[in-house]
Design a protein around this ligand. Sequence first.
Ligand code: SMG
Ligand code: MG
Length: 367
Amino acid sequence: MRLEGLELRRIGLDLVVPFRTSFGVESSRDVLLVRAITDSGDGWGECVAMSEPVYSPEFTDGAELVIRDHFWPILTGVGDVAAADVDHLLDHLHGHPMAKAALEMAVLDAELRASGSNFHTLLGSERDRVPSGVSVGIFPTIDELLEQVQGYLDDGYARIKLKIEPGFDIEPVRQVRELIGPDMGLQVDANTAYDRTDIDHLCRLDEFDLLLIEQPLAEDDLLGHARLAAASSTPVCLDESIVSMRTAKDAIDLGAAEIINIKPGRVGGYLAARRIHDLCLERGIPVWCGGMVETGIGRAANAALATLPGFVLPGDISASSRFFARDIVTDPITVEDGHVAVPTGPGFGFELDMEFLDSITTASSQL
Ligand code: SMG
Ligand code: MG
């Protein structure tokens, strides 16, 4: 397939409720979309970088720049390009996994559409729906948190994830556990807000029978996570720390990752995500699919990825309406009976609502 051009498009989407984590508040999403223009048709990818480098070092402006000035000149210079080649071609350029993932996704979407296939089929998995979990932000009061959680219970989600930070952890978790009862899956995510001196404190969460505690310590603190895993009965799950196959292997060998959150953007693409899934399956490490407040493009792809057999825990694949009043796809993800349906259309399975997409486009350039 010949890559003839690239469109870099920025869109702005307001969130229905502000989403607060230990690193800040998001009220709207500034998303970079990549359109691969090929001799066999177009494909789209979504870059999951946020506007500020608060979750990881990447940010939207940086992703756009590195694609335009560093990735594109390489890809245009090689003649025919297959999606499976993209990560090797860009491998000598350090970092920027979210930007690489968006580009690979656009090429893969074009490739799959051109051949009349889709990502779900490429993965070879049989499931046609996956369980849906919801990630709930930090609120000024526990009462407000409980009200939100009750709403998500009413929506039928299969599990609840609570964002925590120092000062908003034990008590909110206790009250949410009381509200949802002992059988509902509950987990927490600290986005690196604690350090090794907090290990005893974090062990106090053990009494709430959590599915896991996600990334409590710094992303480069594998040893600290291993110490917490040894001290705590709650399984330790890594998110930010897992940026490659090597970090995944090391974290497993060190006992720092009892569970892994797989996010394609964080590891450089959907193909790398599948390889890390395969490693975890072989090593007996349960995985689940994380979320980056994606639009219907990324969510469709995540739902397909989560059909792989190692994804044994519900992912952060909530309904489009959990974040957005209107999505950029014609068939946004909904939750029914605690599950989302895996899209069956070509490519990554979404169709864009071009009229709405154009109306929320804030900038666009074509290479
Ligand atoms: O996409 O449903 C979603 C959000 C899931 O909590 C979520 N993501 O660390 O796992 C995580 C966060 C990262 C993004 S927070 C803006
Ligand atoms: Mg996380």
